[in-house]
Design a protein around this ligand. Sequence first.
Ligand code: PEP
Ligand code: MG
Length: 575
Amino acid sequence: MSRLTGIAVSDGVAVAKAYLLIQTDLSFDKIVVSEVDDEKSRFDAAIASSIADLQVIREKAAKSLGKEQAAVFDAHLMILSDSEMIGDIKERIQTDKINAEVAFKEVTSKYIDLFENMDDNPYMQERAADIRDVTKRVLAHLLGVALPDLSMISEEVIVVANDLTPSDTVQLDRRFVKAFVTDIGGRTSHSAIMARSLEIPAVVGTNEITSLVKKNDVLAVNGLTGEVIINPTSKERENFLSEEKKYIEQKEKWKLLKDAETLTLDGRHFELAANIGTPKDVTGVLDNGGEAIGLYRTEFLYMGAADFPTEDEQYEAYKMVLEQMHGKPVVVRTMDIGGDKKLPYFDLPKEMNPFLGFRALRISVSEEGNGMFRTQLRALLRASVHGKLRIMFPMVALLEEFRAAKVLYEEEKAKLLVDGISISEDIQLGVMIEIPASAMLADKFAKEVDFMSIGTNDLIQYTMAADRMNEKVSYLYQPYHPSILRLIKNVIDAGKRERKWVGMCGEMAGDQTAVPLLVGMGLYEFSMSATSILKTRSLMKRLDTKKMAELSDRALSDCNTHEEVEKLVHRYVGE
Ligand code: PEP
Ligand code: MG
């Protein structure tokens, strides 16, 4: 039995057999073949089986997470139908009389090298990564060995991996995958965000889970505390199972609040909204009693696709979300690409510090990026008649950036009106406050925008100068640190003075220790993973706004550290 602690990123408790995501041995020898036709048929069969696998994976991904995220697999299928490459491989089998594995590896390596050496072209490098993935699948079929295919899991397991990419995560089937545990990652990494939307308990950043877990081990995972036990004793197993039962019962109680108003003990209303990545997520928002969508991350429309989504494709996605929300507010964030979110078909420059580089609104208002931004704005403007649309610009540091985006917005709006297209008269334009510069200048922003939403995932990263993807510095993710609280208070106060609503769409908005502080400061809208809404509504029922205002004042004036604030909150609210 060993015990370790990681970062708890998705609620829930589970006990099940470990499924260790390890790379299969795909080594082989060079063989001279005499029956070249048989060898070519063997190769054709491996390609056909790989195509069949990928079609199943793509369908599963489309069902569980939507078409946009499933599009990753279209690129893989395209490679397997590349007649030039396939022809080249068969030619080698024929002329060199070598086994299919060798011919296949030689040809695909040539393509991989070619693409990888196009140094400054991320699109080509992505293609190299796709070919490498596909190569593994075909080789596994040729060698008759199984690949660890997450989408094929059909018994209850806990997935253990060094890391899970978004394309691994889309394959997880929550009926079978009871939890996942990784070596690396942090609370705001995208696999963590996806785990919450899939409602799969998860613990990340354990550093060493893959080196400790062996085949047939049993794991007990607590996604609420970050605790993981390998081969628990029967007593520990019982404890975890009783925690799981408690959590499930608690969830049942929270469900009763689905249609209730979000009111504090003293009857004040706050808006509980949800963050979504695709139109499919709206069902989860409504099932969890969401009063609004506070952040629609539109970059999933762009990522994983083979090309920029067209205006009509975007219009359909936005319309679907607005219609399903039946007049409840929907904050759509314009594309937030760059940083860790690359587009295979958009040639972004290679950068030393992509998180500090050419990304998000910086791209949108630039010469090379404003064409796609205009397309997005047109799609949004056209969709606006289907609901209550709010448009939010990400990564704003300067007022001039907001103004530049607004000019493009007004230009597209004017063009559409000339063309006789109807546009809602109730669209609001707001900014995400996720850079300390704009948090400090919130009083000036508040005069020009309709709303501000605080993106704490990045605001904390930039304030602490601590990469949100790096578990070595994850201790600096300190949402209750007085420096962060001061920035947040500055934004909320600025909004109040100008009578502009202020929300929060970073993970902190659903953090149960932060909520009492934010209620005390007078934040209006809290946007979080849909699965955190009901527990937050339940918590708010216990909070008195005057007492919480006293709590936040004391946290701001008396506390020096994150821990001191945490203790103070627990003293006011209880554990
Ligand atoms: C944030 O930065 O807080 C945020 C909500 O945006 P993202 O996590 O997509 O960067
Ligand atoms: Mg952000």
